[in-house]
Design a protein around this ligand. Structure first.
Ligand SMILES: [Zn+2]
Ligand SMILES: [Zn+2]
Ligand SMILES: [Zn+2]
Ligand SMILES: [Zn+2]
Length: 417
């Protein structure tokens, strides 16, 4: 993603792109692979992680949202990073289908959250590469998802948050070999899948039996469309096949659309006030009646320390909605130290069997821009962390599912017990 500006800027030659790439793509990943299994006790594991965070701050690219500059800014052939609205599918034909597209808890088709264009120039097949994140807008489902994310893949966890990775070589059947000019004259892909007339997000696999025009991803969306007006339009279409659909997408529940723009995270002298603050917080707890209370207070302290670090980093650019860092050994910025996955909680890649590592995280600021209400039942999270196949493998289908880990605000987790 840090390279997106290069690709989107007018000036860029491919050579320039490649040069930037070599700087940002780090391949020395082996040292991180030490056998940290669960036999290391929790306390040492946590403090090691924390030291790592403080000692060398990795370069993080931040994502901020802006209203798109032009109405063509976010079209697929300009390879956008965007939040809300509809996905700009990279492979416009071989979209995800079946159970991948629905919330495994309530069964509703998932809503598009955001996509990040994050090409990797270390191999040909990832010249274009985009991650797509979808979720069920129901907080009830997200609370249930909290339990499911701990399950092993063999137990088929029912997730309400899903991530897809799609990649294409520079030379492909959909897009020009040359970088887009970005002046409104670039040509779209000539082929694209017919999308659902209701959600405009997923493939319209089934067609309305009477008009044979409207397409749907699911029975649920067909029913919604019928209730909200297709019952009338359908009759018009049936008598007058030339009648044009009033709008291509009927639902009005998608989140508002924004362009995601990049910015490097500014550095701050972390050894100064914040370091002291965090240490002071960490030494504040002093209960020592038995191991459990010790552990409890340790966790509370670790949470406070984690929160202080989180606040400090985020306050450098408070409007950030996304943090991106694919360097070897990069770790997410956790709001809380409890409720983080261990290495074994992040499943191996479903396709190549290789390890997954952290690539980006989404912050709750996005909900503010989406205008999501701030009440008890509203959608809320502390962070959504995305882990992707380290090799960004090419096996199997066009849209490969990756792994999301959701950390909820502490109140929701305590009510769950
Ligand atoms: Zn759901
Ligand atoms: Zn649909
Ligand atoms: Zn119809
Ligand atoms: Zn893989």
């Amino acid at each position: 993603m840090s390279r997106q500006n290069d690709l989107t800027g007018d000036s860029t030659s491919v050579e320039n792109l490649r040069r930037t790439l070599r700087i940002t793509s780090l391949d020395d990943d082996e040292e991180d692979e030490s056998p940290v299994e669960n036999n290391t006790n929790q306390i040492t594991q946590l403090s090691e992680d924390d030291e790592e965070d403080e000692d060398d701050e990795m370069e993080v690219t931040l994502g901020l949202v802006e209203k798109p500059k032009h109405d063509w800014s976010l079209v697929p052939h300009l390879f956008p990073s965007k939040a809300g609205g509809f996905p700009a599918w990279l492979d416009p034909i071989n979209l995800p289908s079946g159970s991948s597209t629905v919330c495994a808890i309530c069964g509703d088709p998932l809503q598009f959250l955001l996509q990040v264009y994050a090409p990797l120039f270390e191999k040909k097949s990832t010249f274009h590469r985009t991650l797509f994140i979808f979720m069920c807008p129901s907080m009830k489902c997200l609370l249930q998802d909290q339990h499911e994310q701990w399950k092993r893949p063999s137990d088929s966890p029912s997730r309400s948050v899903k991530v897809f990775r799609c990649q294409l070589p520079r030379s492909n059947q959909f897009y020009s070999y040359e970088a887009p000019k970005r002046n409104g004259t670039d040509k779209p892909s000539e082929v694209k899948a017919i999308l659902c007339s209701w959600c405009g997000t997923w493939k319209g696999c089934s067609v309305c039996g009477s008009c044979k025009r409207a397409r749907y991803c699911s029975e649920k969306h067909q029913a919604s469309h019928w209730r909200i007006g297709h019952n009338i339009e359908c009759r018009k279409l049936a008598v007058d096949p030339q009648h044009t659909n009033s709008s291509s997408v009927a639902c009005n529940t998608v989140w508002p659309q924004f362009e995601i723009v990049n910015e490097d995270e500014p550095e701050v002298d972390t050894m100064s006030e914040n370091g002291d603050y965090a240490t002071a917080l960490a030494s504040a707890g002093h209960v020592d009646e038995g191991f459990n209370s010790l552990l409890d207070s340790f966790e509370a302290d670790a949470d406070k320390k984690s929160w202080a670090t989180f606040q400090e980093r985020v306050s450098r650019v408070p409007e950030q909605v996304l943090r991106y860092c694919r360097s070897a050994g990069a770790t997410p910025l956790w709001p809380m130290s409890s409720g983080r996955p261990s290495k074994t909680d992040v499943p191996k890649c479903n396709y190549c069997g290789g390890p997954r590592s952290f690539e980006l995280q989404i912050l709750p600021q996005l909900l503010y821009y989406f205008g999501v209400q701030n009440d008890v039942n509203s959608l809320d999270w502390s962070t959504i962390v995305i882990y992707t196949c380290e090799a960004s493998c090419d096996e199997s289908i066009a849209y490969k599912e990756e792994f999301a880990w959701v950390q909820l605000p502490s109140q929701s987790t305590t009510t769950l017990g």
